[in-house]
Ligand binder design. Sequence first.
Ligand code: ADP
Length: 408
Amino acid sequence: MNQNNTNNPIAILVINCGSSSVKFSLIQPHTGDTLLSGLAECLLTKQASITLKHAQEKTVLPLTSPFDHQSALAVLVQHLHDNNLVNMIKAVGHRVVHGGEKYAQPVLITAKVEQEINQLAALAPLHNPANLIGIKACKTAFSQLPQVAIFDTAFHQTMPEKAYLYGIPSTLYTEHGIRRYGFHGTSHYFVAKQAASLLNKPLSECHLISAHLGNGCSITAIKAGESVDTSLGMTPLEGVMMGTRSGDIDAGIIFHLVNKLGYNIDDVDTLLNKKSGLLGLSQLSNDCRTLEDAMLNSLDEKEQKQATLALRVFCYRIAKSIASYSASLTQLDALIFTGGIGENSSWVRAEIIKQLGLLNFFVCDEKNTAARFGQGGNIAKENARACLVIATNEEWVIAEQSAKLLEL
Ligand code: ADP
């Protein structure tokens, strides 16, 4: 770290751009301090608005025509100017979902990199084009600043062939790139690094299983600090069950839906990506909080049963996935819980851990109940293997890696 940074603080603007939203935060890369954060949403509609959180104040402003990403960034730029924050921004760091096999590291965005992110849209049609919109809008709004791409797939580029190949004809991999890439890499990397510091050893000596449980969920096996397998696949549909995504199913179900039940392929896509998971099984909600509430408090017996069943299937499938990674590791220091559910739901964590006794995971009820809303730590019983609750911070990784690449 540059010693001047203490006197002359710098910040990185971190951008996570979706097709109709932009999440942003202004972060000091060496400390992780967030100076400002916010979200522009409902973009490309007349309801488009931007929420700015700055100095413990929250401001919501409507956007003006054309209600797009550029309109949102114009409001942000004005706010940064009004509050004398512009001069400290040294770069823009973008979360980019798919880096394919090409990008295992952060990269300075050039015209060629943009072109490659565009080509990789073949593998992430919903995400990479949206990320590119953010990159282009920031190039206009912050024309003088370097832009860095941090890829969600990058951390998993250390997976061995046996983990990333599917049991399908090998030409589909060699000619079309069909393989496991994995996602949530920035989050798994961040919590692994935090775990290393809690375990008091270098990351390169840590053997971990990390469970990122949010709306999207993934489990990663980390051997000597590197990802060696992960549950999300070529797309973010594989693996454990999620909020609205099915996770693993028998692929034969798709043929049955199409050949016998009259679904077309778009219907199947919507069914598996948007109507399955916790939402599909419970027929109530994709939101873990709502389901826990229904399980514990609903007076409607059917609703209560369905919420309970959905949560139990969710936890069992996660426990099974965690246990399966004992085949990827030769040692195991800890299991990590992160993401909105992993960081906050003591019920989900307890339900998962109680199915993992064979791996010497046992939960301490008291510690587990206390670990919520930013309170983390080891929730395992004494003498059991560590179970760490760690709040993820992908934005900090993006800021830190951008600063490192640019030697700031
Ligand atoms: P995303 O993947 O969109 O970033 P998050 O990581 O924010 O999502 O996780 C959202 C999930 O976390 C939702 O299912 C939400 O219900 C769950 N969650 C947040 N707080 C709690 C809580 N206190 N108890 C249980 N679940 C929670």
